[in-house]
Design a protein around this ligand. Structure first.
Ligand SMILES: Cc1ncc(COP(=O)(O)O)c(C=O)c1O
Length: 400
């Protein structure tokens, strides 16, 4: 009795499948705007200087490859918690925050899903429309039911705050709300502080559990500025989950480093909840990979390296912002019909062009330009040499 005979292959992953197709493409001048990776002006994704320095120190000091604790090293967990919550946070001071090292942001989301599914098997997780294509897959794989709330108003290209709030008001108590902390993927549109506060009100009124996906801290406006969701959501007694990723902000994509943080009602509840997260980790991948966490711990634990990393992070952020301005300029100077100006003020790696599937296919087939779905582009993937040809290709497929 074969398990594999007759098995139909699954379609390729919406993003990784495109990246693989791009690698096989032999056409000169091909452009990949599919996966969310930062490239510099020479078109490569460099190792940050602070990461290289930290790696040298780690290698020189390394004496063992012993397992890490299931939750991770305190040398990693403390600075990560402080990076997320800043200094002087009441929940941290009261011992109500627990932090656990995970393999990337995806690992944190999956551990969160396993945790919630164990503790509250009937809970549904609500996600924005649109969202990162892997979100529904991760939660469904853990056995959770998924639902969606409006986010982008396609007519105006702005946040549909009223639609979002109305949908969340209809969510049953105990359900989970997945929120992009900043640099919303794929729209680049984030709630204002006022909308965050209204979302916080609905969450508190309805008894919902927020899960904040903080994969892009520092890529929007700055490390603390990108945490402004916290002012809107955090309030006495609120329970909260946060997933973080250092794939982008430390350019540690392949090291798989991130964290899951939880805020509980009391220090004792936090400690008990942490033991349940540890159990979810233990039965999943046992303990976290070492290298990426050691790099982040080394950088955040050394004031000089940390200051240098903040400069490198600001450099990536500024480059993305100037790519946005240059892209809008290239598109509008070609007279391509559409309202492109918001791309310049949106934040993070992504922008949504709202193309048809046929236009996206033509970009790839006729112009060797790879974009996701209905025209999600990675704005961090441009160099000054590729923006013009991209705008030409966009103009050609829009002209018909
Ligand atoms: C919104 C969002 N969350 C989480 C992740 C996961 O990041 P990681 O590569 O660390 O698993 C990504 C990566 O693209 C993302 O865009």
């Amino acid at each position: 009795m074969s398990i594999f005979a007759g098995l139909a292959p699954l379609p390729p992953d919406a993003i990784l499948g495109l990246s693989e197709e791009y690698s096989r493409d032999t056409r000169p001048g091909k452009v990949s705007l599919a996966a969310g990776v930062f490239v510099d002006e020479t078109g490569i994704t460099p190792v940050l200087a602070t990461v290289a320095e930290a790696e040298a120190r780690i290698l020189a000091a390394q004496t063992t490859k012993l397992y890490k604790p299931v939750a991770g090293d305190p040398a990693y967990l403390r600075p990560v918690r402080d990076l997320v919550f800043g200094s002087g946070n009441a929940a941290v001071a009261e011992g109500r925050v627990e932090t656990l090292h995970t393999p990337g942001g995806t690992g944190a989301l999956r551990v969160a899903a396993d945790l919630v599914h164990r503790l509250r098997p009937g809970a549904t997780i609500w996600m924005s429309t649109p969202t990162w294509p892997n979100h529904p897959q991760v939660f469904a794989a853990a056995g959770m039911a998924t639902a969606s709330y409006p986010y982008l108003d396609p007519a105006t290209g702005t946040l549909d705050a009223a639609g979002m709030l109305a949908a969340l008001r209809g969510a049953p108590a105990g359900d989970v709300v997945l929120l992009h902390a900043c640099c919303h993927n794929p729209t680049g549109i984030d709630p204002t502080p006022d909308v965050w506060r209204q979302v916080g009100d609905v969450i508190a009124e309805r008894g919902l559990l927020p899960l904040v996906d903080f994969a892009y801290q520092g890529f929007g406006h700055g490390l603390r500025e990108d945490a402004d969701w916290m002012d809107g959501l955090l309030r006495p007694g609120l329970e909260l989950l946060v997933s973080t990723s250092y794939s982008k902000s430390f350019a540690l994509y392949n090291e798989r480093v991130g964290a899951l943080l939880l805020v509980a009602g009391s220090a004792a509840e936090a400690a008990a909840a942490q033991s349940h997260v540890r159990a979810a980790i233990r039965s999943n991948y046992s303990n976290p990979p070492s290298h990426g966490g050691d790099i982040v711990a080394t950088i955040l634990g050394d004031p000089a390296l940390r200051a240098q990393w903040e400069v490198e992070l600001a450099g990536m952020r500024t480059r993305i912002t100037s790519n946005r301005t240059a892209l809008v300029e290239a598109i509008t100077s070609r007279g391509i019909p559409g309202d492109w100006a918001p791309i310049a003020t949106q934040r993070g790696m992504f922008a949504l062009l709202g193309l048809s599937l046929e236009q996206v296919a033509r970009l790839r087939e006729e112009h060797a330009v790879y974009v996701v779905g209905r025209g999600r582009i990675n704005v961090a993937g441009f160099t000054s040499a590729t923006i013009g040809p991209f705008a030409d290709a966009l103009g050609a497929v829009i002209a018909g």
